[in-house]
Ligand binder design. Structure first.
Ligand code: ADP
Ligand code: MG
Length: 620
């Protein structure tokens, strides 16, 4: 039953989110569908949501007599008495969303309860029409057209269709991941963008980021000081170009939080370079009393009672997994044997009563709070003390659960385990690697203990000159080297206008470029470190990724991209590397012979002494 809240109750509720963008419309409507217990939700938008937002669900529906009340301000079925405010479980309860959206759009709700008949009621700019009979399945279809058509001032403040759509899409991604038990279909301009099947987190993440992302992730599930830390975190070689690939859900809600952000950044700091950001879909389940989710109704921020414990829990679990800590591997093996935690949908971890049995945590939240006297400053960076102290002895690492129909997940799991073990073995101290020469001007040979390592010079060299160029760029010490013969490139008009826009950045990194009549570009100097580079290859690379480069706005990032394309073009097969360069190369690689080049080829190959001895039949 929908009823209007009395002013006494209403005035005790903090104001809700303002409907100011298509994004907020979609959010409210999807939350209503979730509140109605929908198992399947379809979201369609057109024109970035300005032209159309339609949300279809198979939830409880709205009865014929309730339909007009749904449009009334402060009308809700989710709250009755003031006391309910403390126990309310639904996402909405203020009873404002439909009334506010209806006043600034052409809105129509069509709904059917189980056992009832379908009816619809439209409302244009706040003027409610008549209830009409309709056909239709159980559930509700809410259509919002021409948002802000009657409030031009607000319309003017909207971003472009593409940007509004982007914001809706980002939010839908979070809905898919925070509600993996619901099957979502999300379409923009008639095209399916996301489809999830309501069968768990792995599946939802695959729907958002693609299945291969899972193959680059560790599935973690840990209990730390009474805090559950679970989800998927990118492995150490897996990075993203910006922060938007880190999602945090606290007690099932998407939030942004600095403490957790710092813990993640620091855990990855040993593996990621500048401007490389981790991928993670991380869930924290914390005792409700230690988290304040209502810091700001418009911002998805949370405040924790004790940041140190949150920081310590996240940091210790994530860094142990990334470091390939032996205990983490043992746990994985244990879990393999007992099969614990597999085959269960991840979403069940969210409900305490369904948590599979696992070893009791060494410390509860309360105990941890009492005992943690040392300083784990959230922004202090790598702290060996905290790593020691938060030994991950209650942690479990799960690879993606096996699915009967999809052997791919089983394969992923095996792959992750093997790679983890391999990476553990293959990290060497650069000092132990002795340079022994090169082969075919392609492979560098190093010796360490009982093994020889062959390193692909091309991939490694590319990295080396890139680092050198970056360092010079950072110090603003790039030296341009004029060419004897200027290089002239003729392109089409579109390409030219794109290249012309990149002139300032190209000049900053050491290229001397200028317009050369028509749609031609003249290059008369290159960065000294890239002398002899293949300019045709470089511009070919730049133009072939024109679309993605165009999307990059930050000059710094673009500089990076152009520099790395340039370095690629500078390394030719068969180039000779001096012994000194070869040595500095392995130092820069930090002895990590498990490294892969960006295309996934291995940078290094190991040959064991015993393998050679077998070849010579010294041993059998
Ligand atoms: P609130 O969600 O805060 O209650 P809304 O304005 O969003 O306020 O919705 C008003 C009421 O309309 C809800 O309380 C609910 O009873 C009903 N309602 C809205 N959307 C749906 C839906 N998709 N399915 C079932 N009921 C709905
Ligand atoms: Mg609502």
């Amino acid at each position: 039953m929908i009823h209007v809240l009395t002013p006494e109750i209403y005035n005790r509720i903090a104001a809700g989110e303002v409907i100011d963008r298509p994004y907020s419309v979609v959010k409210e409507l999807v939350e209503n569908a979730v509140d109605a217990g929908a198992k399947s939700v379809t979201v369609e938008i057109e024109g970035g949501g300005k032209k159309l937002v339609r949300v279809t669900d198979d939830g409880a529906g709205i009865s014929e007599e309730d339909l007009p009340r749904a449009y009334l301000p402060h009308a809700t079925s989710k709250l009755e008495k003031a006391e309910d405010l403390f126990t309310v479980q639904t996402l909405g309860f203020r009873g404002e969303a439909i009334a506010s959206i209806a006043s600034v759009s052409r809105m129509k709700i069509c709904s059917k309860t189980a056992g009832g008949e379908a009816h619809s009621l439209a409302c244009e700019g706040g003027a409610v029409g008549k209830v009409l009979p309709e056909g239709g399945a159980d559930g509700t279809v809410v259509t919002v057209e021409d948002l802000f058509y009657n409030t031009p001032a607000r319309l003017k403040f909207l971003k472009s269709d593409g940007q509004e759509e982007g914001d809706v899409t980002a939010m839908m991604a979070r809905f898919l991941m925070s509600r993996p038990e619901i099957s979502f279909t999300y379409l923009t301009n008639g095209k399916v963008k996301y489809r999830s099947f309501g069968d768990g987190l792995e599946s939802a993440i695959a729907a958002v980021y693609g299945a291969d992302t899972l193959a680059n992730c560790h599935k973690i599930s840990a209990d730390k000081h009474g805090i559950k830390v679970y989800g998927y975190i990118g492995s150490r070689n897996f990075y993203k170009p910006n922060r938007t690939y880190g999602s945090l859900f606290v007690n099932g809600r998407y939030v942004v939080n600095q403490t957790v952000g710092a813990a993640m950044t620091n855990a990855y700091s040993a593996y990621l370079m500048k401007r490389q950001y981790p991928f993670y879909v991380l869930f924290l389940d914390v005792p409700p009393e230690i988290v304040d989710v209502n810091v700001h109704p418009n911002k998805a921020d949370v405040r924790f009672a004790d940041n140190q414990i949150i920081y310590g829990s996240v940091y210790s679990v994530v860094s142990a997994v990334l470091d390939g800590n032996s205990r983490a591997l043992e746990y994985l093996a244990e879990n393999e044997k007992s099969g614990m935690g597999y085959g269960k949908p991840v979403s069940t971890f969210r409900k305490t009563e369904n948590v599979p049995e696992r070893p009791a945590p060494v410390m509860t939240y309360e105990e941890a709070k009492k005992e943690l006297k040392f300083d784990v400053s959230p922004l202090a960076g790598h702290s060996p003390v905290s790593r020691e102290f938060f030994a991950p002895n209650t942690m479990e690492v799960h690879a993606p659960a096996a699915k009967p129909a999809e052997d791919a997940f089983e394969e992923n799991r095996k792959f992750l385990r093997e790679r983890e073990e391999k990476a553990k073995q293959e990290k060497l101290d650069p000092k132990d690697l002795v340079y022994k020469g090169e082969l075919f001007r392609t492979y560098l040979i190093y010796e360490a203990g009982d093994c020889a390592y062959l390193i692909d010079q091309h991939a490694a060299h590319e990295r080396l000159i890139y680092d050198r160029l970056r360092a010079k760029m950072e110090a603003r010490a790039v030296v341009s080297q004029p060419m004897l013969m200027p290089y002239v490139l003729t392109v089409n008009a579109q390409e030219f206008s794109f290249l012309e826009k990149q002139f300032p950045v190209l000049r900053e990194i050491g290229f001397d470029v200028e317009e050369f009549g028509g749609t031609s570009v003249k290059v008369s100097a290159v960065p000294a470190d890239l002398m002899g580079m293949d300019l045709a290859a470089f511009f070919g690379e730049v133009l072939s990724s024109m679309e993605s480069l165009r999307a990059i706005r930050l000059a710094d990032l673009l500089k990076d991209k152009l520099a790395s394309a340039a370095c690629k073009a500078a390394v030719k097969g068969g180039e000779f590397l001096s012994e000194e360069e070869a040595k500095s190369l392995i130092e820069r690689m930090d002895g990590d012979v498990g490294l892969k080049c960006p295309h996934g080829r291995p940078v290094a190959v190991r040959v064991k002494r015993t393998e050679l001895e077998k070849l010579f039949k010294r041993i059998v």
